[in-house]
Each structure stands twice: as C-alpha cells, then as structure tokens.
Design a protein around this ligand. Structure first.
Ligand code: NAI
Ligand code: MG
Length: 484
C-alpha cells in the first residue's frame, strides 16, 4: 500500500469564502406568506456535520401549524392559484428560478454547511440543477394541453411534500416546481438535519411576490411530516426518504383521496463488462458511490465486474480512491465531505461491522479523516456474496461492495436480484450490449457509460421497494394532475 500512497500530492486548503452568507440565529415557519412562530414555541438546532457546531435554531412545527399551513394552501388554491392562467403561474416560477440563480453562491455555501456535502457538488450540481428544475417547469406551465394532448388537465389541490437530507434544495425544487406549474399549492417539510436552504428558498419565494399561501414551509421532525400525511385536506403526498417511512405513509393514506409519489431507497448495480473503457468506468464507479458521501438513493453501491477484468479494475479503483480528498465540505478541493449526521454515521459503521463479521474483505483509503465532525473513509468490500447483508441492504454511505460475474446473463440475474429497483449503470463499448442490458434490468433509471447524471427533462424514479411515480420531465407533471 505504501507505494500507492504517493501517487498524488497534498493540496493547500482552498476554503470557500463565507462572508457573503447570512445565516440567522433563528428560523420561523413560512405560512400564508409570513414568517411565523411555531404554536409549540419549541425550536431545535441544526448543526454543521463537519464541525458538530450549531448553525441556527429552527421552528418545530406541530399538528396545529400544519393545519394552519394546509388551510392557507387551500385558500390560496381555491381563490388564487387554481384560477390563474398558466402563463401567469409561469412568470412566478421563472422569477423564483432567476432569484435562485442570483443567490446561487449563498445557497451552495449554506447547503454545504448544513448538510456536509462538498462545495464542489453543491455549487456545480445541486444548486444549478435546482434552478434548472424551476426553469424547466416554468416552461410547461402554459403548455399543459400540449403535454397531455386531447385531455383536459386539472390540478389536484393541496400537495404535501416531505423531503430528505441528501439533496435538500434539489429535492425541494423537484417537488415544488412541477406542483406549481400544474396549479397546485404546497405544504413542504424539509428534513430535520438540513432545513436551512429550504428556509432560504422560502425567503426567495417571499421576495418573488408569489401570492401568500401558495407555498408554505413547515420545519420539524418525523411527527411534523406525519401531521402532513394525516391531514384530511391534503390531496397529494410526495415523499422522498427511507423505505420504512415510505411504507408507513402508504398505509396511512390507503383508502383516502390522497394520491402519492414515493421515491425510496436503492441498491443499484454498476455493471462493468470486459470491453468497457476501464479508466472511464473507474471514474464512473467513484462517481457512483463516493459522490455526495454515498448519500444518494440511486448510488451505484453494488459493483458487478466481469471476471476477466476484475483484478485490473479493482487495482485501478484502489489507486483512484487514494487520490480522493476527504474533509472540510467548504474546501474547493474536497471530493468527499461529511456524513450528514451522527445517526447516519452510526448506520454506516453498523453495516461495515456486519460486513466484517460476515467475512468480507475491507479496503479503506489511507488518508487522514478529520477528527471533529462526522466523516467516513471511502471503503470497498470484496469477498461478498449475493446473500451478504451489505450486498442486500442500503447503507447510504461511501461503501461499495464488489462482485464478479462471467456472463452477461449472470450480471443481469445478480443485478435484478434485489428488493430495490431504482437505478443501474452499464459500461461497455458495444451499443448492442447496452440495449440488451437496459431492456432486461429492472431499474427505473439506467445510465450507459456514465453514472449519476441528472437533467430536469428526464424522469427519475424506481420499481419494487424503491417506490413508484416519476419526478422530472413530462412524467413529473403527470404526478400532479388529473386527466379527463
Ligand atoms: P427518513 O425517511 O426518516 O426521513 C426522510 C424525511 O421523512 C424527513 O423529512 C423526515 O423528517 C420525514 N419523516 C420521518 N418519519 C416520518 C413519518 N412517519 N411520516 C412522515 N414523514 C416522516 O430517513 P432518515 O431516518 O433520515 O434516514 C434513514 C435511512 O433512509 C438512510 O440510512 C437511507 O438508507 C434512507 N434514506 C433514503 C433517502 C432517499 O433519497 N431515498 C433519503 C434519506 C434517507
Ligand atoms: Mg444540519
């Protein structure tokens, strides 16, 4: 290992400037166009996972706050938003997109502070993509009749939206933009560990002049989310998060008028065939699992590599891993930032010890991991089987399992042998092999010779325990309309 260690040099620290960032001491709820105190008078802390230090106090919304927010959303729906022309709605959505772009630097710094993700990701991926989702759906607002030819398109009403901590502003954009474009009003709850960019977005929405009550932001924990799910005047639930909570939600709304879109976990296979461009494939493996600390529902967390090239790929992968910079999320050189919370770090550690107990061979990169905050070294496991716990269950961290296969059929069989079906990656030089695999893999999203690439125009979502419904593209509109 010592020889492989010196293949890169150390970079000097390049911390992002934070002087332009304004984080208030306390954030209230955003209901009916006003920032209001929570009924409970309770607040909770959001911390920076890279330092463990408190960033701000956040209002803890309860059932009464949710009820106020739903009433405001219903009122805005009935009296304003559902009556407004698509072209007018579009103007507001464009305005939100432009304001987000103007404040992009601030949004990305705050995202990295609150979530632990590397600034390179929040600056170059999350925030630009979030803006693009608003631009994309703004364009559809006055063209719904073309999106659904020969159908009468109606909005649903009040949408309750519950989002996770892995892509806080991006998930807010994925949920809010299509709902507004189709004429629905919104009560949204960000995750308890990452509420700051949602509150910044509330400020932007407020500044955009969007009519009061069209978007309401209620911060809180799981009970706040449950209050949205169980409110009897909500027409639609859109949830992204754990499969466990997804199942609770599905039970809770069974037999009600509520429509649902659930985007849950994954255990996606990244498949490398022997004719693949191996160096590019190694980049794809790295991007598939170490991107965003592996806090990605569609992470390529199961590597399947053809036996004839397995040794070579694993050797190249280990070398490339050594060059990853793990550390301060606000440093521009950082590739792998902080794990989002102590709870998530504990989950990752638990899975790693299960992997070792079950006899897998672990390899971790040899760099120094910061002592403060929540960090985890990029890790790969070889000597695993289809029945290994770490191959079957979602870890949601920078941990990759490596399996080999001999034939393409074996790769397909192994990839599909999962309770999940969110994404997959295929690496090969041959177009015919790509078509063969993509038609046989049970996954909602399949990348060929790339991984973890997103675009507002392409739909995203899963099969089986990964959930149902699609977000993004035309399909994403469908989730917020009734067609007659
Ligand atoms: P979670 O599913 O508990 O949290 C997601 C959101 O749901 C948060 O806003 C949370 O406050 C809310 N929530 C929690 N309980 C709820 C309930 N009963 N009703 C309504 N809303 C509720 O996820 P958690 O605990 O943060 O992470 C646990 C695991 O979930 C992770 O280790 C990972 O495997 C998976 N996960 C998957 C995500 C994805 O993008 N598919 C995102 C986050 C977590
Ligand atoms: Mg936080």
């Amino acid at each position: 290992m010592a020889k492989e260690k010196n293949i890169s040099w150390d970079y000097s620290p390049a911390p992002e400037n934070t002087s332009h960032v304004k984080v208030k001491e306390r954030y209230e709820l955003y209901i009916d166009g006003k920032f209001v105190k929570p009924e409970s008078a309770k607040y909770f802390d959001t911390v920076s996972p890279s330092t463990g230090k408190k960033l701000a106090s956040i209002a803890y919304g309860n059932e009464k706050d949710v009820d106020k927010a739903v009433k405001a959303a219903r009122n805005a729906y009935v009296n304003i938003w559902s009556k407004m022309s698509g072209a007018e709605r579009g103007k507001y959505i464009y305005r939100i997109a432009r304001l987000m772009q103007e404040r992009a630097r601030e949004l990305s710094v705050i995202e990295s502070m609150d979530s632990g993700k590397a600034i390179r990701e929040s600056r170059d991926v999350d925030v630009p993509l979030a803006c693009n989702h608003f631009f994309y759906y703004a364009g559809w607002a006055d063209k719904l009749e073309y999106a659904f030819p020969n159908r009468k398109v109606e909005s649903l009403g009040v949408a309750g939206q519950i989002i996770p901590w892995n892509f806080p502003i991006l998930m807010a954009a994925w949920k809010i933009a299509p709902a507004l474009a189709t004429g629905n009003t919104i009560v949204i709850k960000p995750a308890e560990t990452t509420p700051l960019t949602a509150m910044k977005l509330a400020e932007i929405i407020h500044d955009s002049g969007l009519p009061a009550g069209v978007v309401n932001v209620v911060t809180g924990y799981g009970d706040t989310g449950a209050a949205i799910v169980n409110h009897n005047d909500v027409d639609k639930i859109a949830f992204t998060g754990s499969t466990g909570v997804g199942k609770i939600i599905q039970k809770a709304i069974a037999g009600t008028k509520k429509k649902a879109t659930l985007e849950l976990g994954g255990k996606s296979a990244n498949i490398i065939l022997e004719d693949a461009p191996l160096d590019q494939a190694v980049e794809g493996i790295i991007n598939g699992i170490f991107f965003n600390q592996g806090h990605v529902c569609c992470a390529g967390s199961r590597l399947l590599v053809q036996e004839s090239v397995a040794d070579k790929v694993i050797r190249k992968l280990k070398r490339r891993m050594e060059t990853l910079v793990v550390g301060d999320p606000l440093d521009k050189n950082t590739d792998v930032g902080a794990i989002n919370s102590k709870e998530q770090l504990d989950i990752i550690k638990k899975y790693v010890s299960i992997g070792l107990e079950e006899g897998a061979t672990m390899h971790q990169i040899s760099c120094n991991i910061p002592k403060n905050g929540y960090f985890f070294a990029p890790t790969i496991f070889t000597d695993v089987a289809q029945s290994s716990t770490i191959v079957k269950e979602e870890i949601f961290g920078p941990v990759l399992t490596v399996q080999t296969f001999r034939t393409v059929d074996e790769a397909i069989q192994k990839a599909n042998n999962s309770e999940y079906g969110l994404a997959a990656g295929v690496w090969t030089d041959k177009g015919s092999r790509i078509f063969n695999l993509t038609t046989k893999l049970n996954a909602g999203v399949i990348w060929a010779n790339t991984y973890n690439k997103f675009d507002p125009a392409s739909p995203f979502g899963g099969y089986k325990e990964s959930g149902f419904g699609r977000e993004g593209g035309l399909h994403g509109l469908n989730a917020y309309v009734k067609l007659r």
